[in-house]
Write a protein that binds this ligand. Structure first.
Ligand SMILES: NC(=O)c1ccc[n+]([C@@H]2O[C@H](COP(=O)([O-])OP(=O)(O)OC[C@H]3O[C@@H](n4cnc5c(N)ncnc54)[C@H](O)[C@@H]3O)[C@@H](O)[C@H]2O)c1
Length: 261
């Protein structure tokens, strides 16, 4: 199995893409620490996944060095090491630019950029101490590249995370830690349901920009995350792999089948 003997920490693991990543890494042999602010869902998932998991109930908002170090220490105390960090937890607030609440902008930069930075620092220190290298995978988005109305804060945060991925990759590769990102298109999760899939017009807009003709599945993102975290990606450093059904290469719109929108 791809991740046999490895230990992973996945943030935002209680649902959606994070849950799929945790489930896949576990199925591929890793022991997995699941972190989320939603303690109820998190503990239910850990109980369902069973042995080889550790539930860490924590809110990453305003994450500081001491808390990040404590989170990583809980993982290494339980499993003895840390090999893989998946910075998946993220938040999305939609507002028109002129009305954009600066506090919501700060929240997105905080959870989507600062938390990955601070947690990656703590994780990288543990990986360096373990002297076995490691892999960090950040969840960005096609919105790191593409613009749309209402997503000023979210797009800025994902663009920042994309660049953070590159700088981290350069600084950590000398220690044997590979840093990469996965940029999803529109995936059928609660976040997407709240943001863009709420009504048929929005759904139609998304699908008309999606050459493959359907939404992505959480496990399709998890497969890319698992690959980048594995030794199969041993020469891949500082890249973002877009798993988007063709969204980024499209320069027009595609027909949407009747009934799909
Ligand atoms: N769903 C999509 O279409 C899509 C597209 C592009 C990128 N992404 C990115 O993928 C990641 C996962 O998205 P998703 O659709 O699964 O989202 P989701 O909202 O369904 O799940 C996010 C999880 O993160 C947790 N979380 C949020 N803020 C947290 C905090 N401060 N501390 C701890 N946990 C916190 C939530 O409790 C939740 O369990 C996010 O970074 C998101 O921006 C998603």
């Amino acid at each position: 199995m791809k991740h046999q003997g490895k230990v992973a920490l996945v943030t935002g693991a209680a649902q959606g893409i994070g849950m799929a990543c945790a489930t896949r890494l576990l199925a591929e042999g890793a022991q997995v620490a699941l972190l989320d602010r939603d303690g109820d869902r998190l503990h239910a998932l850990a109980a369902r996944l069973g042995a080889g998991t550790l539930a860490i109930s924590a809110d990453l908002t305003g994450l500081g060095t001491a808390s990040a170090t404590e989170i990583v220490a809980r993982v290494t105390e339980r499993f003895g090491r840390l090999d893989i960090l998946v910075n998946n937890a993220g938040v999305l607030r939609l507002q028109s630019f002129l009305d954009f609440d600066p506090d919501d902008f700060s929240l997105m930069m905080d959870v989507n950029v600062r938390a990955p930075l601070v947690l990656s620092q703590a994780a990288a220190r543990a990986m360096i101490a373990g002297a076995a290298g490691g892999a960090i995978v950040n969840l960005t988005s096609v919105t790191a590249e593409l613009a749309a109305p209402l997503i000023a804060g979210y797009a800025a945060s994902k663009g920042a995370l994309r660049q953070l991925t590159r700088v981290m990759a350069l600084e950590l590769i000398g220690q044997g830690i590979r840093v990469n990102a996965v940029g999803p298109g529109t995936i059928g999760t609660e976040m997407a349901a709240n943001a863009v899939l709420g009504d048929s017009a929005q759904r139609h807009t998304v699908l008309s920009r999606t050459p493959i003709g359907r939404l992505g599945k959480t496990d399709e993102i998890a497969k890319a995350v698992s690959f980048l975290a594995s030794d199969d990606a041993s020469y891949i450093v500082g890249q973002t792999v877009y798993v988007d059904g063709g969204r980024l290469i499209l320069n027009y719109v595609v027909p949407v089948a009747e009934g799909d929108a």
